[in-house]
Ligand binder design. Structure first.
Ligand SMILES: Cc1ncc(COP(=O)(O)O)c(C=O)c1O
Length: 395
């Protein structure tokens, strides 16, 4: 069977205006990195998020933003970070690299994200930070989780890689924590030509460190230089944090990507609204098949970056469903986000144990539909009719 609807293989449908911005920047940019388009994207992003100017920083991808946030945590030996077991690996390993030990939190079976209760269960006297992941594009219970973290004096980080524009109580994902990150990877609702990211840092003193951390430790000399080339073009230094020097990186995002990001931001709400409308249409059309349980959210709390469901009848029917969809219909559903503690990498490092029954059960019976924003109406309807056919036969 030829694959007709797939997770990858095509690009987002950029508008002609967005393509023109890319071409214009290629032709006329004064520089291709760290110029006015970076500044414009960061300023517009901060406005969109309703956070202060100077608190948002473009990075070459979401991972780079996570790496910087991990550096700013300044972990001490045996510090722990609470991480949902059911997430993408990048939500965790940057913190591991900086010395934190992950402690796995379970997710809610219906929403597939952590709750204040599951986070609290994972806290110990050694917990220093909590990372909440708004997986699939749904914002976790941030008011409750934020007040828990404030009460306990914990650093709160939001992995909003998948949740741009999603909001709870009128507040955007990524504005509750001490830091947050976004991804503009190829599959995300806003993508800057395949790679891109953003870091938000609430504390202005920490935010002031980010430009040097992001760009090789480059900074200005603290003294006047009568000859601008002496002692050299620019200085390299890194501020001390908790009496230790931070190590620099080069995590910059190019100007073409930044120009495109700033332009796309103008229609991200429309993209999200369209994805949500499509998701609700799909979910409602399959309402007659209770075997497939979706998380239905009709407001802006979910941007439906992904469309995931649980086969309530268990893993066998899940496998039969995915196989039939692929072999008979050419629709390639996938299974995502193996709980991190079940990966060889984390097991080998001694983080193989988790008390996360919901995450385990969800993963073992989940189906993720190819729901990228490049799907045409015809493809969406074909996928829906295929799912109906296969479910009717298997039920
Ligand atoms: C939940 C989550 N966190 C982090 C990342 C990392 O983002 P990037 O791919 O931009 O490095 C992703 C990207 O897929 C993600 O889905």
């Amino acid at each position: 069977m030829n694959i007709k609807v797939n997770f990858s293989g095509r690009s987002i449908r950029y508008t002609e205006e967005e393509i023109a911005v890319v071409v214009e920047t290629m032709r006329n940019a004064e520089t291709l990195t760290q110029g006015r388009h970076r500044d414009e994207f960061e300023r517009k992003f901060a406005e969109y998020q309703n956070v202060p100017a100077g608190s948002c920083f473009t990075t070459m991808n979401g991972c780079a933003a996570l790496e910087i946030s991990a550096q700013l945590c300044r972990f001490k030996p045996n510090d722990e970070i609470v991480v949902p077991a059911h997430t993408f690996t990048a939500s965790c390993y940057p913190y591991l690299k900086k010395g934190a030990r992950p402690v796995w939190a379970d997710v809610d079976m219906r929403t597939r994200v952590v709750t204040a209760e599951t986070v609290e269960k994972a806290l110990t006297p050694r917990t220093r930070a909590v990372i909440v992941v708004h997986l699939y594009g749904y914002v976790a219970d941030m008011p409750e989780i934020t007040s828990l973290c404030r009460k306990r004096g914990l650093i709160l980080i939001e992995d909003a890689a998948q949740a741009i524009g999603a909001e709870v109580d009128g507040k955007k994902a990524g504005t509750f924590g001490d830091m947050s990150i976004f991804s503009f990877h190829s599959h995300k609702n806003l993508t800057t030509l395949g790679e891109g990211g953003m870091l938000y840092v609430r504390d202005p003193a920490l935010a002031a460190i980010v430009p040097a951390l992001r760009h090789n430790g480059h900074c200005a000399y603290a003294f006047a230089r009568p000859d601008y080339w002496k002692p050299a073009m620019g200085n390299v230094d890194m501020p001390m944090l908790n009496h230790e020097p931070l190590m620099p990186n080069n995590f910059c995002l190019g100007e073409v990507e930044c120009a495109l990001g700033a332009k796309m931001l103008e229609r991200i709400d429309r993209i999200n609204d369209e994805k949500r409308a499509r998701a609700l249409h799909f979910i409602d059309a399959l309402a007659g098949f209770p075997e497939l349980e979706f998380h239905r959210v009709a407001d802006r709390r979910h941007n439906y970056h992904l469309l995931a469901a649980r086969m309530t009848t268990g893993p066998q029917m899940r496998d039969d469903f995915i196989r039939a969809m692929s072999d008979e219909k050419g629709v390639k559903c996938v299974v995502q986000y193996i709980p991190l503690n079940r990966y060889d990498f984390y097991r080998r490092l001694g983080f193989g144990e988790a008390d996360c029954p919901n995450g385990d059960a969800f993963f073992d019976s989940m189906v993720s539909f190819p729901f990228q924003h490049w799907l045409s109406e015809t493809e969406l309807e074909y996928m829906l009719a295929s799912a109906r056919d296969v479910l009717a036969r298997l039920s």
